[in-house]
Design a protein around this ligand. Structure first.
Ligand code: NAD
Ligand code: IPM
Ligand code: MN
Length: 357
């Protein structure tokens, strides 16, 4: 298979984890005989420095003409006070690609429950997926203004925007364990009342899927006390942003969480859920697993390469099982390694599996 992939390293640890993931992708190409043509484009803070804008036209056009887009992370203190922020480029890219469905899996690898700072008995068996609405809600609704000592953000959703994300979540639940948890704040917000109505209507089309509505505050608590009680969580943009970072403590680290952002048609966008981690950038401490598992999601969702995706996931699992740990998941046992050493271990296992298979 031959595919064209746009690569946006971005800022901070973005370029470090992207480099890692490309090494693993190269291993996939070698082992399975594919051709992945990767082209780096400038994006985020790096693009503000070079071109004065976080999403240059050339970068966007290249992404739109690719089969998939890989993104590291953007942002950092250098651009925090400027008129234009790297994060604006990320939001503009998501909107332009119309990737309204952000799929964020949360999984505890069997036998690796101890990587979580939570009690192993609590996280055992946790295996769920967020379906986060990504191109609407308070991130994008107008007006959004600042008038002296006053500021306004707006939260609005249309029936169409809610329906398409809820449908996506039901499709996913029907292919998993048939359970939907819709998270909202319907006791306060009008957008949530509309959201709940649409979930109820959609539920009728999926009689085998069990549906529950949970208010976002209680959902935040239940995610930590009983994470194994979820299968598919569908929620609006900002609730999904906050809850998915919280969920990362279940698997052990923000650095291990992948994501896929999907549209109805056109290239998917694949990025870890973490940010540019300015506190550890350049130190070799970044955990590359979130980015590497995002490659796995790209292989599965955009290219239909299930076997290849599973091989990436297995190599990650085996490397963790063998005791290799970046700083964020190091508890004094196992082998403490740098980003580069971790990637070498994963890359090596993926190639080795092919010879022993
Ligand atoms: P962050 O996710 O960058 O970091 C939070 C904490 O997690 C830090 O202690 C960091 O060291 C750690 N961490 C994150 N990724 C890690 C990894 N792969 N390995 C090991 N440790 C990791 O969040 P933040 O500090 O709130 O934000 C920093 C910048 O990143 C901000 O400018 C923010 O807007 C941006 N951001 C970008 C994205 C994105 O590009 N998709 C996502 C989130 C935040
Ligand atoms: C994420 C990030 C982004 C978001 C920021 C950087 C705009 O936190 O991808 O989770 O809030 O969506
Ligand atoms: Mn986030």
């Amino acid at each position: 298979m031959k595919k064209k992939i746009a690569v946006l390293p971005g800022d901070g640890i973005g370029p470090e984890v992207v480099k890692s993931a490309l090494q693993v992708l190269d291993g996939v190409a070698t082992r399975f005989g594919h051709q992945f043509e990767t082209t780096e484009k400038v994006f985020g803070g790096a693009a503000i420095d070079q071109e004065g804008t976080p999403l240059p036209d050339d970068t966007l056009e290249f992404c739109q003409g690719s089969d998939a887009v890989l993104l590291g992370a953007v942002g950092g203190p250098k651009w925090d006070k400027g008129n234009v922020r790297p994060e604006q480029g990320l939001l503009a890219l998501r909107k332009a690609l119309n990737v309204f469905a952000n799929v964020r899996p949360v999984q505890v690898f069997p036998g690796l429950e101890h990587l979580s700072p939570l009690k192993s008995s609590r996280v055992k068996g946790a295996d769920f997926v967020f379906v986060r609405e990504l191109t609407g809600g308070i991130y994008f609704s107008e007006p959004k203004t600042r008038n002296g000592d006053g500021a306004v953000d707006t939260l609005s959703y249309t029936r169409e925007e809610i329906t398409r994300i809820v449908e996506k979540a039901y499709e996913l639940a029907a292919a998993r364990r048939n359970k939907i948890t819709s998270v909202d704040k319907a006791n306060v917000l009008e957008t949530s009342k509309l959201w709940r109505e649409i979930v109820e209507e959609t539920a009728k089309k999926y009689p085998n899927v069990e549906t529950e509505h949970v208010l976002v505050d209680y959902a935040a608590m239940r995610m930590i006390s009983n994470p194994a009680s979820f299968d598919v969580i569908v929620t609006e943009n900002m609730f999904g942003d906050i809850l998915s970072d919280e969920a990362s403590v279940i698997s052990g680290s923000l650095g291990m969480m992948p994501s896929a952002s999907l549209s109805e048609s056109g290239p998917g966008l694949y990025e870890p859920i973490h940010g540019s981690a300015p506190d550890i950038a350049g130190t070799g401490k970044a955990n590359p697993i979130g980015m590497i598992l995002s490659i796995g999601m790209m292989l599965r969702h955009s290219f239909g390469l299930e076997k290849e995706a599973a091989a990436v996931e297995l190599a990650v699992f085996e490397t963790l099982q063998a005791g290799y740990r970046t700083q964020d998941i190091y508890d004094g046992t196992g082998t403490l390694v740098t980003t580069k050493e971790m990637v070498n271990q994963i890359h090596f296992r993926m190639l080795e599996d092919s010879t022993s298979a």
